[in-house]
Design a protein around this ligand. Structure first.
Ligand SMILES: NC(=O)c1ccc[n+]([C@@H]2O[C@H](COP(=O)([O-])OP(=O)(O)OC[C@H]3O[C@@H](n4cnc5c(N)ncnc54)[C@H](O)[C@@H]3O)[C@@H](O)[C@H]2O)c1
Length: 522
């Protein structure tokens, strides 16, 4: 059993306090003097500087937040060689020592939490509450997996009979490639990396090209905490760097969070056995979603409306868990539509560093174009009931949009948009709503607003989603409280921040010894 203090979530900042707000402004000023950050390729004890990749502020695209080197094939090769070298020592360190290093990394992040939040505001246009929440979640992952790895190392109790000793333990798999998205720029790479490291694997991290600055801070934290240089390397770059890692025979495990098409490509590529490869690669994937909130006729709209609006529009709908589609009982559909439209109509679209902002810009121009394409489809095939315009003209802003009356086969209802567009769809009842959810290829998060416990039981039994939230918003999963991850095409259902997650980074081994010795060899 772990001797560490029980896990508790890192408390978020009290942003209502004027003193806390003043601290955030100070942190932003300190960060601004350091921009642009320089992000090198970091392999073992060495660094290779470069500035081929620029990550910019989505709200002020001329502002360069990080100038980073772009890793190439020789860097991938060097990082994997280093990881293979470093694996043995890190594995031998034991879970207790590794946990201590992760906890020191958590302390490093905690000390710099304001500056880290400021970096997320700039690099990914995360509004302050979201940025602060992401830093807390990163700390939580380090603390939670540190404890989990110590417990896992003890191994389970097996049945023992006289004359035989049975022992089961979990060994790290080896070199882990971590490939992360930008939308939780610290917490997601941190979670996947911390899980792999805690269980004794060596990690090569390929962060999203949109957020290398945040990834640099993570690697600095881990190294400052005592993770050996050979056990964690950083390869900033684009998709080809991730693909090169996936294809390499030295990689045992691939931890990926990102879009469905890329996830499928990785799964396919990982299934090919490269020359010299003597193992089957494991892919841990967390992918996209098309998250529906069901609203029954008896729902309390005072609860449902604000929860739907914040689940759909916080961080401009760019959380994988965000609400994209509401399935409302036809008996109350008109009332709900009117109230959601009213609430969306007063959302404040603005810069992420303004505390009053509800909806920040989306991450990049391509995302803005994608969202506007879907908004156009919504306008053509449905009825727009809310659209917040005009939006600021500098930066990748999209007008928050609510659309109703779309045909059921509309792409707006069925594809992941990943932006501030919410579709409301009328259903004839809970069964119809569940049929719609069941017909979707994704199964990440979902919501239900209903008063009748029988309805809750029915939806709970029928819904395939990985995380169902009842009578509350559908975003903001907390480590240890809401293990998070999707089913079907939303991923391998691996449940980050939950008790099963670490097992994906280890392989179980059982040793059975006959203890009825006939003589003893001295
Ligand atoms: N289920 C979850 O927990 C979860 C969490 C966050 C984000 N997401 C999903 O992530 C997506 C948004 O993130 P994104 O835009 O960064 O996703 P993305 O798939 O475009 O990129 C993710 C990462 O994969 C890399 N990559 C791109 N092509 C690759 C290839 N061929 N081989 C290997 N790596 C490659 C990228 O460089 C990046 O580091 C959304 O679909 C969202 O739903 C899911």
């Amino acid at each position: 059993m772990s001797t560490l203090a029980p896990f508790a979530n890192e408390p978020v900042l009290e942003l209502r306090r004027a003193s806390v707000r003043a601290q955030l402004q100070d942190a932003m000023n300190v960060l601004s003097d350091k921009l642009p950050l320089r992000v090198p390729v970091i392999v073992g004890g060495g660094e290779r500087a470069g500035a081929e990749l620029l990550s910019t502020d989505p709200g002020e695209p001329e502002r360069v937040v990080a100038a980073s080197a772009r890793a190439g094939e020789p860097d991938v090769d060097a990082a994997l060689a280093e990881a293979e070298r470093g694996f043995g020592g890190w594995r031998a360190a034991g879970a207790g020592e590794r946990a201590a290093a992760l906890q020191r990394a958590a302390a490093w992040l905690r000390e710099r939490r304001l500056e880290l939040a400021a970096l997320e505001v700039r690099e990914c246009a995360k509004p302050w509450p979201e940025a602060d929440g992401d830093v807390c979640e990163a700390i939580d992952f380090l603390e939670y997996y540190a404890r989990g790895a110590v417990e896992l190392e003890a191994g389970p109790e097996l049945l023992q009979v006289p004359g035989e000793r049975n022992d089961m333990h979990y060994a790290p798999r080896g070199v882990t490639a971590v490939i992360s998205p930008w939308n939780f720029p610290l917490a997601i790479p941190c979670g996947m990396t911390a899980a792999a490291l805690a269980t004794g694997n060596a990690v090569v991290l390929k962060p999203a090209e949109q957020s290398p600055g945040c990834a640099l801070m993570l690697v600095q934290a881990l190294r400052a905490g005592g993770v050996p240089a050979s056990a964690i390397s950083l390869l900033p770059g684009e998709g080809n760097v991730g693909a090169a890692l996936v294809a390499d025979a030295r990689v045992q495990t691939i931890a990926f969070t990102g879009s469905l098409p890329v996830g499928l490509e990785i799964t396919r590529a990982a299934g090919t056995v490269a020359p010299g490869q003597r193992h089957i690669k494991r892919v841990v994937s967390e992918l996209g979603g098309k998250n529906c909130v069901i609203v029954d006729s008896d729902a309390d709209l005072d609860e449902a409306v604000p929860a739907i609006v914040s689940s759909a529009f916080v961080y401009a709908g760019q959380k994988c868990s965000a609400a994209a589609r509401v399935l409302v009982h036809e008996a109350i559909a008109d009332a709900l539509i009117e109230r959601v439209a009213g609430a969306v109509g007063v959302l404040v679209v603005g810069q992420a560093d303004q505390l009053g902002t509800d909806v920040p810009p989306v991450i990049e121009r391509a995302a803005q174009e994608r969202v506007e394409r879907y908004a156009g489809l919504a306008r053509d095939a449905g009825r727009i009931v809310a659209r917040v315009e005009p939006v600021p003209d500098r930066g990748w802003f999209c007008a928050p949009t609510v659309v109703v009356d779309l045909p059921r086969d509309s792409p707006v209802l069925n594809e992941e948009i990943f932006g501030p567009v919410l579709a409301i769809d009328r259903v004839s009842g809970i069964e119809d709503a569940c049929d719609v959810v069941d017909g979707l290829p994704y199964a990440l998060t979902g919501g239900l607003f209903a008063r009748d416990p029988a309805t809750v039981r029915y939806v709970r039994r029928r819904t395939p989603v990985g995380n169902l939230y009842v009578n509350r918003g559908i975003t903001g999963a907390m480590v240890g409280r809401q293990p998070f991850g999707g089913n079907r095409l939303s991923g391998t259902g691996s449940k980050a921040g939950g008790p099963d997650y670490l097992r994906q980074f280890v392989e179980p081994r059982v040793v059975t010894e006959n203890t009825m010795r006939h003589g003893l060899v001295v």
